[in-house]
Design a binder for this molecule. Structure first.
Ligand code: AMP
Length: 218
């Protein structure tokens, strides 16, 4: 299965990508996660990316494309992948098509998770994720049983530095101007599945997996 998840920050891409990755046993490839681990490792890419990410801007295409190109060649991605947070603009989408054509493994589906901006702001402000297993919680809609501790593994929950209201507004603006045009890009390729992201996590997952099963995308 070779799919990607499109949607504004907070739409639920990460949650759905994790569920799909577990169900279909293929990796979730999140450029946000890859960049955050570059930041934590203190690499030169991380040092360059940190202030850009904290400000909610897009990291330069050359950096992201390099990271993705390397990641897609790793053995676990050869049997399929779920891209989460990539591509984020037309240049990245074109580059992805070129990479996948070269590898003879074209993209099968682009899933758009559609959620209204005001809901997204509330979701992101309340978001916490586990430092150890990556599980995502929301202090308003799906809080952990114990404050700041992961229900699944007991790890510490952290709130991302870029999940504050000022940064979210700028990330949403960038989403609407640069990433949203990709909806038409994939519509023209007849690869778009648009789903309402206002439902519960399980319900959305069922809609996506039913669609993939029906199309025999494994
Ligand atoms: P995310 O975890 O997907 O919300 O990404 C967090 C931040 O990482 C974004 O606000 C960007 O600064 C950066 N980032 C993630 N993916 C990309 C991408 N495909 N292109 C450029 N910047 C990205």
């Amino acid at each position: 299965m070779r799919i990607l998840l499109l949607g504004a920050p907070g739409a639920g891409k990460g949650c759905q990508a994790k569920k799909l990755a577990a169900q279909y046993r293929i990796p979730q490839i999140s450029t946000g996660d890859l960049l955050r681990s570059a930041v934590s490792s203190g690499s030169s890419i991380g040092l360059h990316a940190k202030s850009i990410m904290d400000a909610g801007q897009l990291v330069p295409d050359e950096i992201v494309l390099d990271i993705i190109e390397n990641r897609l060649q790793e053995p676990d991605a050869l049997s399929g992948f779920i891209l989460d947070g990539f591509p984020r603009n037309e240049k990245q989408a074109l580059a992805l098509d070129t990479m996948l054509t070269k590898m003879n493994t074209p993209l099968e589906t682009a899933v758009l998770i559609d959620v209204k901006d005001e809901i997204l702001v509330q979701r992101i402000v309340g978001r916490e994720s586990c430092n150890d297993c990556g599980q995502i919680f929301n202090l308003f809609s799906s809080p952990p049983e114990k404050d700041h501790l992961c229900d699944s593994c007991g790890g510490t929950l952290v709130h991302r530095a870029d999940d504050n209201e000022t940064t979210i507004r700028s990330r949403l603006k960038i989403y609407h101007t640069q990433t949203e045009p990709l909806v038409n890009y994939y519509k023209h390729q007849h690869k778009l599945l648009k789903i309402d992201g206002m439902g519960d996590i399980e319900g959305i997952f069922l809609v996506v997996s039913d669609f993939l099963n029906e199309k025999e995308i494994h």
